[in-house]
Design a protein around this ligand. Structure first.
Ligand SMILES: NC(=O)c1ccc[n+]([C@@H]2O[C@H](COP(=O)([O-])OP(=O)(O)OC[C@H]3O[C@@H](n4cnc5c(N)ncnc54)[C@H](OP(=O)(O)O)[C@@H]3O)[C@@H](O)[C@H]2O)c1
Length: 332
């Protein structure tokens, strides 16, 4: 089968499409998916370079797929051959076939293409986890979402609105902040034009935000500390702006009775992922169809490229220009 491999850790030019890989088989509790599409995640760039925290050896890239069930393991009873599914993977999604724990699989929303399905698992599950499993979001609260045009950010804005809360984003272009407002954000600030802290305080009548979804870290800490509300939850899930903080951050924690919470989805146990996927499938997935509620969630896709263009896809993500997901078609 065809699958993306890499010569060694390093730049995108280390990636290549191998045509001679062994097709995986479904373990007892697994299903085998004939992959139609996969998608990029920011972690893929770190994994490719060997810089993902805690990693010891090269991993096959690809944290999510959509496709059709091709085989089921002996003890797997939740899916049948031919089902159209999307799945969260520990890796190996840039491939024509992927074996996955049957509890890490969801049905593709009715009427969705495989490309749209592949754009859902990693970033929507991450956003759902950050808001509801970690950030304890309550109706009526305000959430500051950095990386408002990222895959995770575009999902988080919609999930915040669905929860009856208010989203404010930061992003690096006016186009991205305007798009986030179309998705439901009440405000959006271009962090390249001005500091966001006073704008966020202004938008919240000086109270600050109840939750911050922070994928930036070090370079934003002072502004985050300034615009977090009393008893706010500051959820750190990425370090695009570095890991170091040099200043009185603990003063803010004490004075505002704030919580700083860190999380990574990839490192979680199979059981945790299964419970997250069940909660997401029960509470959010039905809203991807106009159907009963009238509230419609949409995966945001920036562009779709074929597997052969995997290097272009990685290079494009690294430019920070993408708004939403970069999806890869694996087979027609
Ligand atoms: N902890 C977890 O479980 C988990 C899971 C999934 C993703 N993540 C993290 O979530 C983040 C988003 O992932 P993704 O796949 O959605 O990424 P993505 O679609 O590639 O979007 C990332 C965006 O962040 C912005 N950005 C980059 N460097 C920045 C900086 N130094 N300061 C401010 N903004 C910066 C860029 O947009 P603009 O500069 O134009 O705004 C870039 O397009 C990443 O940090 C990723 O590692 C964490």
């Amino acid at each position: 089968m065809r699958a993306v491999r890499q010569h060694k850790f390093g730049g995108s030019s280390e990636l290549y499409v191998s045509t001679n890989e062994t097709k995986p088989t479904a373990g007892d509790n697994q299903i085998l998916i004939r992959v139609h599409a996969t998608a990029l995640n920011r972690a893929d760039l770190l994994l490719r370079e060997g810089k993902y925290p805690g990693m010891k050896e090269a991993a096959h890239l690809g944290l999510e797929v959509s496709g059709v069930v091709d085989a089921v393991g002996e003890k797997a009873n939740k899916w049948k051959i031919g089902d159209k599914v999307m799945a969260l993977l520990p890796g190996g999604g840039y491939s024509e076939f992927a074996a996955v724990n049957q509890d890490h699989v969801m049905s593709i929303p009715q009427g969705f293409t495989f490309e749209k399905g592949a754009a859902i698992p990693e970033v929507w599950l991450t956003a759902y986890q950050l808001l509801h499993f970690v950030g304890n979001l309550q109706k009526g609260e305000t959430v500051l979402i950095h990386g408002g045009g990222s895959g995770v950010g575009t999902a988080a804005v919609q999930l915040v609105t669905l929860a009856g809360a208010k989203a404010i984003v930061t992003a690096g272009t006016d186009e991205k902040t305007a798009f986030a407002k179309k998705l439901g954000a009440i405000d959006g600030f271009n962090y390249k034009k001005s500091e966001f802290k006073d704008l966020v305080l202004g938008a919240t009548n000086g109270k600050g935000v109840n939750v911050i979804l922070d994928c930036v870290g070090g370079s934003y800490w002072e502004q985050n500390a300034a615009c977090l509300a009393v008893e706010g939850r500051w959820v750190v899930y990425g370090l695009l702006g570095g890991p170091n903080v040099n200043g009185p951050i603990l003063g803010t924690v004490l004075r505002k009775r704030a919580s700083i919470l860190g999380t990574t989805l990839k490192a979680r146990s199979d059981e945790y992922k299964a419970s997250l996927i069940k909660a997401f499938a029960d509470n959010a997935l039905p809203h991807f169809n106009a159907g009963t509620t009238g509230k419609v969630l949409q995966p945001v896709i920036d562009r779709i490229l074929p597997l052969d263009n995997i290097i272009d896809a990685h290079d494009y993500m690294a430019t920070n220009k993408s708004n939403g997901k970069i999806v890869i078609t694996v087979q027609e």
